[in-house]
Design a protein around this ligand. Structure first.
Ligand SMILES: [Zn+2]
Length: 81
């Protein structure tokens, strides 16, 4: 997630114009709370890759449990007949 922030320096443009400095935040849910972590710009692409990979794995997990439920359902039907 890319957001903008103020750097805090009084003489900087952002003090008058508002947040202008791009900053990368990693957000995730942990025991019901949304946690955020600042990501250094140098690690931005690396972290984006992790997030993409995690999403891919999560999707795989979903597909797996869907297939497993379907399997259980069909085997239950077979037993009944
Ligand atoms: Zn600034």
């Amino acid at each position: 997630m890319v957001t903008k922030k103020r750097c805090g320096r009084r003489q900087c443009r952002c003090a008058a114009e508002g947040p202008i400095h791009p900053t990368v935040l990693l957000t995730w849910k942990e025991s019901g709370r949304t946690r955020t972590l600042h990501v250094p710009l140098s690690l931005r692409t690396e972290v984006a890759k992790w997030v993409k990979e995690w999403k891919r794995l999560r999707e795989l997990g979903r597909k797996m449990s869907r297939a497993q439920r379907r399997f259980l359902m069909t085997s239950r039907i077979r037993k009944r007949s």
